[in-house]
Design a protein around this ligand. Structure first.
Ligand code: ZN
Length: 884
C-alpha cells in the first residue's frame, strides 16, 4: 500500500532511501548544486564556485539579509521541483539506477543542509506576512535538525515524518519488536527536543518561537503517545512494562520542560509580539502559544525553587498513585468474587456472554462457579441473573474492591489539590477549567444541578413504572441499585419485543467495519482501505489496519482496530492518538495514526451487540476528529483540544447507529443477508427512551461526585464513600446501600479527574448538533462537508465555544460562555450576544430544551431546537417574535 502514499509521493520515496544514510560530517560546508539562484537585484546569477555555497560562513562575514532570504527560497524551490523529477525518472522506489541514487545522495543531502541553514537565518529577519512560507521551508529544515542532532540512527525521524506509515511497530520505523527500540527512540526524542529548546530560546520573539516549541512537543509526543498505547495494549508484558518506564521517564522530562523559565519567557515574548501584530484567538499559532503558556504555568514555572520542587514531588506521587489505581482494576486477584450456580448461568446468560464469562473458570462438585467480579462480569450478572441475592452480592463485591484503591484515591486527591493550591487556584477543578469550555467550576456545578432539576420529575415517574413492573413479576416493589439493569432490561425487552440476540444478528463485525468505511465515504468523501498489517507492525495478533484516502488519493490517516479482549489489556474502550497529523496549504503533509481499542465480547460468530456498535462508533468519532483535523501545528490537532469539547464529536457519531437510514446501508443479517428491518430500529429507539431520565441521573451522579471530589476535596482519610452515598441519594431516585465504595472502580476519576461532566454536556450538545444538521438526512454530503470543515477540521485550534456557537447558531445551553462577540465561520454574520440577551431569551429555553430532549420523539410539534431556531431568526430580523 506504500505505492498509494499521498502527499508528497516523491519525497516519501526519496526519504525512504535517505533514512539509511549517515549524516554528512561537516554540516556547514555544504555543497549546493542546483545551478542558479536569484540575487536581490533580480538578476539570475551563477554561483561563483559552481556547486559550492558556504552558507553559514559567509553569513557571519556579513552577507546581506536580502540575499539570504532569496537564497533560501530558491534553495527550497529547487528542492521541491527536483525531487519529483528525480522520482519520475525512476519508477521504482528503490532508485534502481545508480546515477539517480548518486544524484539523490548528493542533491538531497546538500539541499537539506543548505535550506536548513538559510531558513534559520531567513526566519529571524522574516516579516510576519511571510512567516507561513518560512514555515514551509522550515518544515523540511526541521527534519534536518533532528537528523543532525542524532548520532545514531540518523535521518530516522525524517523517514518517519514523510512516509505515511513505515514498516516498524505501529508504522513507526523507529520501533521494532525489541522493547529496547522504544527506549532508544525515547532517548533520541529527548536529545532532539534539547536542540529545540536551544532554538526556541535563541529565537527573536515571533510566531516561529511557537513553531519551534511545537516541534519540540512533537518530538516528545510521538514517543509518548506510542508508549502510552503500548503500555496499555501490548500482548508481551515485558514490552508493556518497558513502555510504562518510557512513559514515566518522558512524563518526568515534560514536567521539567514545563518548568523551564527560559521557555516560558520565550513564549510570553512571542505572544506579546504576535499580539502587537494583531494576532488573536482565531490565529492557530497564537492559540497554540497560549495553550503552551498555560501548560508552562500549570507546570509551576513561576514558582520559587522550594515550591517548584514540592510541586514536582506532588506530581510524581499523583502519577504513581494513578498508575497503580488503574493497574489494580486489571488485576483479577485484587478484585472480589461471587459464587453462582453453573446451571443458573447456563439458563439465563446468552451463549457468547457465558463463554467469555466462564473462560478459565471451573465449577466445583456442587456445580458452583466462582466468578471474579471484574466490571464487565458484574455488568453481565446484573443484567441477566434473576436471583436478587446473587445480583446483590455481585454488586457489593464490585463496590468494595480493590481495597487498595481507597488509599490511592486519597493520595491522588490530596496531591491534586496541593498542586492547584501551589499554583494559586482554590481547587483542582478551578485549575482544570482554565482550558475547558466551562471556564469555571461554578458553571459546571450549575449546569449539572439545572439538568438534574429538569429531569427529576420524569425520573420519578420512570421509577414508579419500574416499581409496578417489578411488583407484577416478583411481588415486591423495592427497586435497589442492583435491580436496575435487570428489570429495566426486562421491561425494555417486553415492551419492545426484541431481544439483544436478534439485534446482534445484524451486526457482524465485518458489517460494522464496512459501516465505518461507508460513513467516512458518504459524509467526508474518504475511502477506507483495509490492509493486513504485518506481524512486525502491530502489538498483538488480530489487530486490523484501515487507511483512509481522499478523492485525490492522498493518504489522510491510518486507523488500527484492536477490538477483542486479552489478558492484561486495557479493559475499556478508547481512542489513542499514535501520531498527530499536520497540514499545510496544500493538504495533509503528515497523516495521523490512531488506534481504536475496544473489548467486545469475543465470540465465534463475531456479532456485536447494539451497545457495542454504539461504542465502536463513539471511538470512531474520536478517530474522525483526529483524521479530519487540519492544523498546521500538531499541538492542538485532533483530539488535543479542550476535553469538554472533544467528547462532542464522539457522542455525535453515536447517533448514526440509531438511524435506520444509515443502518440499512450496512447492517445485514449475518446468515440471510436481509437488511435490518425499520421496525427493529424503531423498537431500539423506543427502548432507549424508556428509562432515559434514570440513565441520565446515573451520569449526573458520576459527574457531580467527580466534580465535588475535585472542587471541594475531602481531607486525607475522610470518607469518600459517605460523599458518594450522599451525592447518589440526592441526585438519583435509587438509593445506594451502606458500605458501598463504588468509586474504587471509577477509573475516570484517575484518567479524567474533574471532567466527567464532559460526558453529560457532550450528550446534550451532540444531540443538538444532530438535530440541527443531520436529523433531516443523516448521510447528507453537504452536512458532512460542513461538519468536517467547521467543526472537526479545527481540531483544538479554535476556542470550542466559538466553533459550537457558529455551528449551532446559538448561545447553547449551560456551559458555553456568553457575553462575547461571536462571528460565524464564514464571517458573513456577526451576532452579538450579551448577558442580558442571554438571560432573557435563552435561560427559559435551556429548561425547555432538556425537557424536550427527553421527550423528543414522544411529542409532536416543533422540537425546542426548531423553536429556538425560529426565535433566533425572529430576533435577528428585528421582529418581536413569539412570546414563549
Ligand atoms: Zn469518548
Amino acid at each position: 500500500s506504500d505505492a498509494r502514499v499521498g502527499v508528497p509521493v516523491a519525497c516519501a520515496r526519496a526519504d525512504a532511501k535517505l533514512h539509511v544514510r549517515r549524516p554528512p560530517p561537516t554540516p556547514l560546508s555544504c555543497s549546493f548544486a542546483c545551478g542558479t539562484y536569484r540575487r536581490s537585484n533580480g538578476r539570475q546569477k551563477r554561483p561563483r564556485h559552481r556547486g559550492n555555497v558556504h552558507v553559514a560562513a559567509k553569513t557571519k562575514e556579513g552577507r546581506d539579509v536580502e540575499h539570504e532570504r532569496v537564497h533560501a527560497r530558491e534553495c527550497h524551490r529547487a528542492f521541491v521541483a527536483w525531487v519529483p523529477r528525480a522520482a519520475a525518472r525512476d519508477d521504482t522506489p528503490s532508485f534502481a539506477s545508480q546515477e539517480t541514487k548518486r544524484r539523490t545522495d548528493v542533491h538531497l543531502g546538500a539541499m537539506f543542509r543548505a535550506v536548513h541553514v538559510c531558513a534559520w537565518r531567513w526566519r529571524r529577519v522574516g516579516t510576519t506576512c511571510r512567516w507561513m512560507q518560512v514555515d514551509e521551508t522550515r518544515r523540511r529544515a526541521c527534519w534536518c535538525t533532528c537528523a543532525w542532532k542524532c548520532e545514531d540512527g540518523a535521518w530516522l525521524e525524517r523517514g518517519n515524518d514523510a512516509t505515511a506509515a513505515g514498516t516498524g511497530w505501529l508504522g513507526r520505523n523507529a520501533l521494532d519488536a525489541r522493547p529496547e527500540s522504544l527506549q532508544t527512540w525515547a532517548k533520541h526524542a529527548m536529545k532532539t527536543s534539547q536542540a529545540w529548546v536551544e532554538v526556541a530560546v535563541a529565537e527573536a520573539p515571533s510566531p516561529s518561537t511557537v513553531h519551534a516549541l511545537d516541534r519540540l512537543s512533537d518530538a516528545i509526543c510521538q514517543v509518548l503517545d506510542a508508549a502510552e498505547l503500548l503500555r496499555n495494549v501490548h500482548q508481551d508484558r515485558t514490552y508493556a512494562s518497558t513502555a510504562q518506564r518510557v512513559c514515566n521517564e518522558l512524563n518526568q522530562f515534560v514536567h521539567e520542560l514545563n518548568a523551564n523559565p527560559q521557555l516560558h519567557r520565550a513564549v510570553e515574548r512571542a505572544l506579546r509580539a504576535m499580539q502587537a501584530k494583531g494576532c488573536h484567538e482565531k490565529c492557530e499559532t497564537f492559540l497554540v502559544g497560549e495553550s503552551l503558556k498555560l501548560e508552562f504555568e500549570n507546570g509551576g514555572v513561576h514558582l520559587l525553587l522550594e515550591a517548584k520542587q514540592r510541586w514536582q514531588r506532588s506530581q510524581e506521587a499523583e502519577h504513581r498513585a494513578a498508575v497503580a489505581f488503574s493497574r489494580n482494576l486489571t488485576e483479577n486477584q485484587k478484585l472480589g468474587s461471587v459464587e453462582v450456580p453453573l446451571s443458573m448461568l447456563e439458563s439465563h446468560l446468552p451463549k457468547h456472554v457465558l463463554k467469555t464469562l466462564l473462560k478459565g473458570c471451573l465449577s466445583n462438585q456442587d456445580g458452583i462457579v466462582n466468578l471474579t467480579t471484574d466490571s464487565s462480569t458484574v455488568a453481565q450478572l446484573l443484567k441477566w441473573i434473576p436471583d436478587e441475592r446473587i445480583r446483590k452480592q455481585a454488586y457489593l463485591s464490585c463496590a468494595r474492591t480493590p481495597v487498595e484503591n481507597q488509599g490511592l484515591l486519597d493520595v491522588i486527591l490530596v496531591e491534586r489539590s496541593t498542586q492547584a493550591r501551589l499554583l494559586g487556584y482554590d481547587s483542582y477543578s478551578e485549575l482544570l477549567a482554565q482550558n475547558r469550555m466551562a471556564k469555571n467550576p461554578a458553571a459546571v456545578a450549575r449546569f449539572l444541578d439545572e439538568l438534574w432539576l429538569e429531569i427529576e420529575a420524569q425520573a420519578r415517574s420512570e421509577l414508579e413504572r419500574l416499581r409496578c413492573f417489578k411488583k407484577a413479576r416478583v411481588g415486591n416493589d423495592e427497586v435497589a441499585v442492583w435491580d436496575y439493569a435487570f428489570f429495566t432490561g426486562m421491561a425494555k425487552a417486553e415492551a419492545c419485543s426484541i431481544g439483544a440476540i436478534q439485534v446482534s444478528a445484524y451486526f457482524h463485525i465485518e458489517n460494522c467495519v464496512r459501516g465505518i468505511g461507508l460513513l467516512a465515504q458518504r459524509l467526508f468523501g474518504l475511502e477506507a482501505s483495509e490492509s493486513n498489517p504485518s506481524r512486525q507492525e502491530v502489538w498483538a495478533e488480530g489487530v486490523r489496519r484501515l487507511d483512509f484516502y481522499d478523492c485525490r488519493q492522498s493518504h489522510r490517516g491510518t486507523m488500527y482496530l484492536d477490538l477483542y479482549p486479552r489478558p492484561g489489556k486495557f479493559n475499556h474502550a478508547a481512542h489513542f492518538t499514535v501520531r498527530c497529523g499536520i497540514c499545510n496549504d496544500k493538504g495533509m503533509v503528515r497523516p495521523p495514526i490512531v488506534a481504536l481499542v475496544c473489548n467486545f465480547q469475543d465470540s465465534e460468530t463475531h456479532l456485536l451487540t447494539h451497545q457495542e456498535v454504539e461504542t465502536l462508533f463513539h471511538e470512531y468519532g474520536h478517530a474522525m476528529h483526529s483524521l479530519l483535523s487540519q492544523t498546521r501545528l500538531q499541538h492542538l490537532s485532533g483530539t488535543r483540544g479542550a476535553l469538554d469539547f472533544v467528547e462532542i464529536p464522539s457522542h455525535f457519531f453515536e447517533h448514526f447507529v440509531w438511524d435506520h437510514r444509515f443502518l440499512r446501508c450496512f447492517a445485514r443479517h449475518h446468515k440471510t443477508e436481509e437488511v435490518i428491518p425499520r421496525r427493529m430500529v424503531e423498537h431500539l429507539r423506543a427502548s432507549k427512551r424508556m428509562f432515559q431520565a434514570m440513565d441520565m441521573q446515573t451520569q449526573i451522579v458520576y459527574a457531580v461526585f467527580d466534580h465535588r471530589l475535585h472542587a471541594h476535596p475531602p481531607s486525607l482519610g475522610a470518607d469518600c464513600s459517605a460523599l458518594f452515598r450522599n451525592v447518589h441519594n440526592k441526585y438519583s431516585v435509587l438509593q445506594q446501600p451502606e458500605g458501598s465504595n463504588w468509586h474504587l472502580r471509577f477509573g475516570h476519576l484517575v484518567n479524567y479527574g474533574g471532567t466527567y461532566y464532559c460526558y453529560v454536556a457532550a450528550k446534550i450538545l451532540s444531540r443538538l448538533l444532530w438535530e440541527m444538521h443531520f436529523e433531516a438526512d443523516p448521510l447528507s454530503e453537504e452536512a458532512g462537508r460542513e461538519l468536517a470543515l467547521k467543526l472537526l477540521g479545527w481540531g483544538g485550534a479554535r476556542d470550542p465555544s466559538i466553533i459550537l456557537v457558529g455551528k449551532l447558531h446559538m448561545a447553547s445551553p449551560g456551559l458555553l460562555p456568553t457575553g462575547r462577540s461571536l462571528e460565524d465561520d464564514v464571517g458573513r454574520t456577526c451576532l452579538s450576544f450579551n448577558e442580558e440577551f442571554h438571560f432573557r431569551h435563552f435561560r427559559p429555553f435551556r429548561h425547555n430544551f432538556v425537557r424536550g430532549l427527553l421527550r423528543m420523539d414522544a411529542v409532536g410539534g416543533p422540537t425546542p431546537v426548531v423553536w429556538m431556531h425560529r426565535r433566533v431568526r425572529s430576533l435577528l430580523c428585528g421582529s418581536t417574535g413569539p412570546g414563549r
